[in-house]
Write a protein that binds this ligand. Structure first.
Ligand code: HEC
Length: 104
């Protein structure tokens, strides 16, 4: 019985998480927290790459084959020359991940 209730909770929570990821809300997060380096289309801002002495790959290409968890880890922990993005937490993370997937 307890197991059934727990499973029910997981199904409901998963449903809420899927529903909560909102690419449109994520666009605002992207504009605020990512665009200065990754550019409006995800292609990367050459001046930012130069300043960071880094290569910024096109996000449209770079996120292919990356899971949401991979992208979350990059946002939260940073990767290489990209430092962790401060001020992006909770639903903002899910939303910006959803938005990044819509870049075409
Ligand atoms: C201060 C500049 C800066 C900001 C702001 C920034 N990034 Fe990055 N990002 C980088 C750089 C530089 C790299 C390349 C890191 C490396 O591999 O050395 C990168 C890499 C990435 C990658 C991996 C791409 C690959 O080639 O594997 C993802 C995904 C990513 N960023 C997403 C985001 C998201 C989403 C945000 C906003 C929440 C964000 N970044 C904000 C500079 C930035």
């Amino acid at each position: 019985m307890r197991i059934a209730i727990n499973l029910g909770c997981i199904v409901i929570l998963t449903g809420i998480a899927a529903w909560a990821a909102d690419a449109k809300a994520g666009q605002a997060v992207y504009a605020r927290a990512c665009q200065s380096c990754h550019g409006p289309t995800g292609a990367g801002v050459p001046a930012a790459a130069k300043m960071l002495k880094a290569e910024i790959h096109d996000l449209k290409v770079a996120v292919k084959g990356k899971s949401d968890e991979d992208i979350r880890e990059i946002i939260v922990k940073g990767k290489g020359k990209m430092v962790a993005t401060k001020g992006v937490a909770g639903a903002d993370i899910d939303n910006v991940i959803a938005y990044v997937h819509t870049l075409k």
